[in-house]
Design a protein around this ligand. Sequence first.
Ligand code: SF4
Length: 287
Amino acid sequence: MANPAKRVSDNVPGDYFVDSTCIDCDTCRQIAPSTFAEGYGHAFVHRQPQSAADRRTALHALVSCPTGSIGTIGADDPRSVMADFPLPIEGNVFYCGFNSQKSFGGNSWFVQHPQGNWLIDSPKFLPQLVRKFESLGGIARIFLTHRDDVADAAKYAERFGAQRIIHRNEASSQPGAEVILEGNEPQELAPGFVAIPTPGHTLGHCVLLVQDRYLFTGDHLHFDRDGKKLEAYRDYCWHSWPKQTASMRRLLDCRFEWVLPGHGQSVHLPEDEMHRQLAELTERMSA
Ligand code: SF4
C-alpha cells in the first residue's frame, strides 16, 4: 500500500496520491487519465476524482498499479472494485488489470470464446482474478507476445491446465511452454486467432490478431495519447529497429480496428483510419 509520507510533491491536495515508489509504467494514466498525469519520472494526481464514477475508475488504477504506489486516505475501499476485473473492453474482450511488476506493469487481456478462453500476456496471479476467470469459463490458452511480459503465466497455466504459446526465440523465458511457434510466417492457432511474428522489439516477438478486429500488440505497437497517432517505442527496441520496421510494414496486410498493447495506450479506430495511421508510422520508422 502506498505511503502518505512518501507522496510525490506534484500531487494536488486530497485523498488520492502517488508515492515515490512509482516506476512510471503509465498504467494509471491509461485507466484514469482524468485523475493521473505524467510528472518527471513518475505519475501524480493532477485532479482529485469528483464523481462516484471517477472514484471507481481511480480505484481501478489503484489496484492495477504494479508497485502499490497509489493510495487514498479517504473512505474509498480498493476491495470494493476487485470483482470488477477483468474489465470489459468490447464484446468478448476484457482488460485483466492487476498489472505485474515482473512485466514492468505490462497490460494483459482476456478473450472469452466458446472453444476455450484466451489470456494474452499475464497479470499478477491473484485469488480474486482466478475466481473471476473460473466464473467466465477458465483459461484454455495463454498467448505470450514476448519474453518481457510473461509475469505469472506459468501459475495460470498450472491452475487452469492452459497451453502457453510462445515463439521459439522467446521460449527460454517460459520453460515448459506447451506450444512453441517456429519461423516467421503467420499461423492460425484456432479459427479467427492468428499469431503473426513481429521481430524487432525482441527477436521472437509475436502479435495476435483476433477475428480481424483486435490486434494484441505486446511491445510492438501502441497509441500515442498526446500525439494521437500509432507509435512504436524506439528507445525500448531491444533487438532491431529495421526488423521492427519491416514487421510493422507486414501488418499493413491485416485488417483490425483495435490495438491492445502490453505497454502503452490502447485505441479503437475505424479500419481505414487504423490502416492510414499504420502506413504513416511505417514511413516514419523507415525514415
Ligand atoms: S500505475 Fe503505479 S507505477 Fe505505474 S505510473 Fe501509475 S503510480 Fe506509477
